[in-house]
Ligand binder design. Structure first.
Ligand SMILES: [Zn+2]
Ligand SMILES: [Zn+2]
Length: 456
């Protein structure tokens, strides 16, 4: 067995790993780097011989795992792409949206590489997609198989977002488990991961939250109460609340939290504004509610919460009203996005509130605000004047990624011969390396250098 990290850097960025097992070439995920532009954002697929890939496994439909899939399937049209049924529905929406964003960026920012693929490219790619249920073994052709003499796959619920799955790959008594993005604790909508507990030879593991422990006394229930209190306080102060969120995952978790708050009498019904992509994805959460691995399968978010959908044109003229919630993407307030535009209107107003509920890259507009001192000047978009920071800001922890302790415990349970650490910035990877070195002394810990062949 061999593994090649196809991403270009060791950090939270794009995800794509080439696994050679039983003479077959498999690619795990095909993401785009959210912070890089043009071709540099894609994994280095040129390392893989053209038309040689047997199968591609997609763990979930976040951009950093699915964004480069049409580029890969164009090079490897013979490869079957396996994923869960909800992931296929969400991936289709996300990739078509990505084409629209790239076309706009070509126009606005002059990035001539864009679009990296077209709507037709997405359609072409999707012809190779095959959906498979959780916990059913299948082979390279997608047929059910329990045979030990061929490479088989089995998907397990990962508790991260709708459709997310880890994958077990088995061949002649050897096994590799790739976590993808995972969360072991239940969120408001998603149930915790239901991962295999058998011993494996190789564990390929995400490390997103390795850089920080869970604060002492933290619980998601307390955090939800704190959010409800803070929203009420913001309304009492005569303002609105803006919450930048990712369109896929965080928007739906937030809507479910607001629904629970209403149900428990913690929040009166107020207008909630979301964007067009978030609305499409929320519709898919609703459409798959009955058959997906989640809490509150009866909850249809669009029907219950009736969020108001903000179009790109309306956002130009809307002025923040009292007692309403803007749950807008992007989560990091990237330039030209709905959350960036609304934030520019509220940032200088002491009556308004801005709440952060997830991770922001320090270099992103959201990251800049989180680091800035009250009263300092912040610039959210090139070419626009800086704004004096006056609005009320609070931070909450509703991560969709496993805490470092739960991930370490999972590695201890599986006792793999080798652990491959991926999807983390260097401080996060360092923590896992040290923790596993101490607690699993017989296990080899591997940080796969981009482009290098790692024997497994
Ligand atoms: Zn993810
Ligand atoms: Zn990810």
């Amino acid at each position: 067995m061999e593994l090649v990290n196809l991403t270009r850097r060791t950090e939270i960025g794009s995800n794509s790993y080439w696994l050679k097992i039983g003479g077959k070439n498999l690619i795990l995920d095909a993401g785009l780097h959210p912070k890089l532009e043009g071709r540099a954002a894609a994994p280095d697929f040129s390392l893989v011989p053209e038309a040689s890939v047997d199968a591609i496994i997609l763990t979930h439909a976040h951009q950093d795992h699915v964004g480069a899939l049409p580029l890969l399937t164009r090079r490897e049209p013979q490869a079957r792409v396996f994923m869960t049924a909800p992931t296929a529905r969400v991936a289709d929406v996300m990739l078509h949206n990505s084409v629209n964003v790239m076309l706009r960026q070509r126009e606005d920012d002059g990035i001539t590489d864009y679009p990296l693929f077209t709507h037709r490219g997405v359609e072409f790619s999707s012809r190779a997609w095959h959906t498979r249920p959780l916990r059913k073994r299948f082979n390279l052709t997608g047929d059910p198989s329990e045979s030990d003499q061929e490479v088989t796959f089995e998907l397990y619920a990962a508790g991260h977002i709708l459709g997310s799955a880890g994958v077990m790959i088995r061949y002649r008594g050897r096994s590799v488990f790739y976590t993808g993005d995972v969360n072991f604790e239940p969120q408001t909508l998603m149930r915790g991961a239901e991962f295999p507990e058998e011993a494996v030879d190789v564990l390929i593991m995400e490390t997103t939250r390795g850089d920080a422990p869970v604060p002492i006394g933290f619980s998601r229930a307390n955090e939800e109460d704190r959010l409800a209190r803070s929203i009420r306080r913001a309304f009492d102060a005569g303002g609105s609340v803006t919450i930048p969120v990712f369109a896929l995952g965080k928007t739906q978790e937030l809507l479910a939290m607001l629904w629970k708050m209403r149900l428990n009498g913690l929040l009166a019904p107020v207008p909630i504004y979301i964007g067009g992509l978030s609305t499409k994805v929320t519709g898919l959460y609703d459409a798959t509610a009955a058959e997906s691995v989640r809490n509150h399968p009866e909850l249809l978010l669009l029907q219950e919460m009736a969020p108001y959908v903000l179009s790109g044109n309306e956002i130009q003229t809307i002025s923040p009203k009292k007692k309403c919630i803007f749950a807008l993407s992007s989560g990091m307030m990237t330039e030209h996005t709905l959350s960036n535009i609304v934030c520019r209107r509220i940032l200088g107003n002491a009556n308004q509130s801005l709440f952060f509920v997830g991770y922001s890259d320090p270099a992103s507009p959201a990251g800049k605000i989180r680091c800035a001192a009250m009263g300092s000047e912040v610039s959210l978009e090139e070419g626009t004047p800086p704004i004096t920071l006056r609005c009320h800001i609070e931070e909450f922890q509703f991560s969709a990624h496993a805490s470092r302790d739960t991930l370490r415990n999972y590695a201890l349970l599986l006792k793999p011969q080798k652990v491959v650490l991926v999807h983390g910035d260097m401080p996060a990877i360092d923590w896992f390396q040290l923790a596993l070195f101490k607690e699993l002394p017989g296990t080899e810990v591997i940080i796969p250098e981009p482009g290098r062949v790692v024997p497994l």
